[in-house]
Design a protein around this ligand. Structure first.
Ligand code: BG6
Length: 470
């Protein structure tokens, strides 16, 4: 088995990390507009509104809102078959609770999707990617409140209907399991020290899971050809040693992630989920109608992100290292990225096997990549061999999972095909792109785009459907 002929090669971004134009054409404020920059290892949180004198990197992003034509043309040159982006909720419903959408916001995505389709690039849309309308946080407490389901579904209905002939692939929530680690960033929820953390996140996640299931049902009613997926951050976990307790520790870590995908794929909470409620003294407010929705709104595929693997240990004294969204124990067998993330292509193969064996529905790798500091040479060239090496090894592992292990894989969209604002830290110098953007951490720069060495490499990879990797 080789990669499918219609394999979806492409790249992935999120609206808030690239569009900029944060207050143009009627757009409202989202939590990501309220995020300043951070530093290594510390994931950002939103401030209370937009504070004077603070720098908010997402406000300008990479100005994709005004430069999307140039950028899509470059993606087309690389041979993209698809382009994953998100729709900024606050462009469509500026406060989140309006009854009528903002026409100018809708028009922007019409133009964007038309531009993709002009080149035969399929848009893949994340409905909600870490940008809750700020007014929903203020007025309703965000996903703590059941009313969010109604607001989210109104947004879904509007975009499903509007783009029913332009977008086929959807995902309901970006990395739904990351509420476990960063509820403020993912879901607009701050949790007080006196609160039962699990009570808050599992109740909020319940509303998200019901909203997701209802969205799947609604989408299929609007267009039966829609493929609507879930999306999770997959943190492959190894036990630190073969000591049984370490293995148990690794199992527990990954179980906390499967909590969400189990519901989205199978349509119900597992016994293990219920045992977790008991352990953490959680009471979920869940109606009969919710149970039915979960059952009827199962997803069509599993989208997931994978950047690095992690180690779980019974020895807390070992200390933690960085990783995407998770800090875990250092693995002595792996090298790390400039940001301390443990580079592990085999971890991707394991992720694919674990997910496919567990669920038996198609997978879609919708994020993977290396955030690194790039150097622009005097002649303007950028030799990002380290990025090529990272992606090459991950694509090899991905192919092995398909060819040798029989995993059903729809596509591969590496993160940030064009440099963009880092989600975790707000930095620009943490670059993922095949395309360089001239902008620094203080917002200086011309925003000019230029091709890195990896640009042509990825072009060859796509043209050969993953056969030519050198
Ligand atoms: C993923 C997010 O978890 O990681 C993206 O979905 C994010 O939004 C990506 O950009 C990489 O993380 P970072 O912090 O390097 O931008």
């Amino acid at each position: 088995m080789t990669l499918k002929k219609d394999f979806l090669w492409g790249g992935a971004v999120a609206a808030n990390q690239c569009e900029g134009a944060w207050n143009e054409d009627g757009k409202g404020i989202s939590t990501s507009d309220c995020m300043t920059a951070s530093y290594h290892g510390k994931v950002r949180e939103y401030t209370d509104g937009i504070l004077e004198g603070k720098y908010y990197p997402n406000h300008q992003g990479i100005d994709f809102y005004h430069r999307y034509q140039e950028d899509i043309a470059l993606f087309a040159q690389m041979g993209f078959k698809c382009f994953r982006t998100s729709i900024a909720w606050t462009r469509i419903y500026p406060n989140g609770d309006e009854l009528e959408p903002n026409e100018k916001g809708l028009q922007f995505y019409d133009r964007l999707f038309d531009e993709c389709l002009k080149y035969g690039i399929e848009p893949v849309v994340t409905i909600s990617h870490y940008e809750t309308p700020y007014m929903l946080v203020k007025r309703y407490g965000s996903w703590r409140n059941r009313k969010m389901i109604e607001f989210y579904l109104r947004f879904c209905k509007t975009i499903f209907k509007r783009y029913r002939n332009k977008v086929k692939y959807w995902m309901t929530f970006n990395e739904i399991n990351v509420i476990n680690f960063h509820p403020a960033m993912t879901s607009g929820i701050r949790i007080g020290e006196d609160e039962n953390f699990y009570q808050v996140i599992y109740q909020a996640a319940h509303y998200e899971l019901v909203a997701s299931a209802e969205a799947v049902k609604l989408g299929h009613e609007i267009n039966a050809d829609f493929k609507i997926g879930m999306m999770m951050m997959y943190p492959t976990f190894y036990g630190e040693t073969c000591k049984p307790e370490d293995q148990l520790c690794a199992m527990r870590q990954i179980d906390e992630q499967y909590y969400y995908s189990d519901v989205q794929v199978r349509g119900y909470y597992s016994n293990k989920a219920k045992a977790m409620w008991k352990k953490h003294q959680v009471q979920i407010e869940c109606s009969e109608a919710d149970i039915l929705s979960l059952k009827e709104g199962k997803v069509d595929y599993i989208g997931f992100s994978y950047y690095n693997s992690n180690v779980a240990s019974t020895r807390p004294e070992l200390g933690l290292t960085d990783g995407n969204m998770v800090n875990a124990v250092k693995n002595p067998f792996l090298k790390v990225s400039d940001w301390g993330w443990q580079i592990d292509p085999i971890g991707l193969r394991l992720a694919m096997n674990n997910l496919y064996d567990r669920y038996q529905i198609p997978l879609f790798i919708v994020e993977n990549g290396l955030g690194a500091v790039d150097k622009v040479n005097e002649d303007g060239t950028i030799n990002d061999d380290y990025r090529i090496a990272y992606l090459r090894e991950h694509i090899k592992a991905m192919k092995a999972a398909v060819e040798e292990d029989g995993v059903d894989l729809m596509g591969y969209t590496p993160w940030g095909p064009i440099d963009l604002v880092s989600c975790g830290t707000g930095e620009m110098k943490k670059r993922y792109g095949f395309i360089y953007v001239d902008r620094d951490d203080e917002g200086n720069g011309t925003l000019k785009r230029s091709k890195k060495k990896s640009f042509e490499w990825y072009q060859r990879v796509i043209a050969s459907n993953g056969e030519e990797l050198d």
